[in-house]
Ligand binder design. Sequence first.
Ligand code: 5GP
Ligand code: ZN
Length: 141
Amino acid sequence: MKDCIFCKIINGEIPSFKVYEDNRVFAFMDINPISPGHTLIIPKNHAANLMEISNEDLAAVHKASKKVMAGIVATLQPSGVACLQLNGAGANQVVFHYHLHLIPRIPGEPDLPVSGWEIKPGDMGEIKATAEKISGALNNG
Ligand code: 5GP
Ligand code: ZN
């Protein structure tokens, strides 16, 4: 898509540090890494978010993430790897081309705020009502 930074990276119009590519997927280093090895995995077909991406591209991105993660684990020996995917400006998505972040957790690097939220029991009535609304919208009983 015109004016999409990640489409330009796939086309080679913007340089990137590629780590993996197949017929559906491109994976490259994030230039503002949260920790060393921070990698982005994207579909070659433009899709803004999880709502738009095709099932085939979604599966391909996540299959590729297993391969890339194996490379990260083998080379960087992280204590863990966070997989993060944001949808919409309200969720702090900045680039509107679907991407899965692989963020190695390297001891000594800053904590990931999103993975360290406080565990607080919710209101069961509220949780149940919300579940019913969502499942009703899915028509799955
Ligand atoms: P989001 O908040 O949309 O999930 O994250 C977008 C990510 O894309 C950010 O982590 C940002 O550092 C990365 N990014 C933005 N522009 C570029 C770029 O031109 N090249 C690379 N490699 N990463 C980028
Ligand atoms: Zn794009």
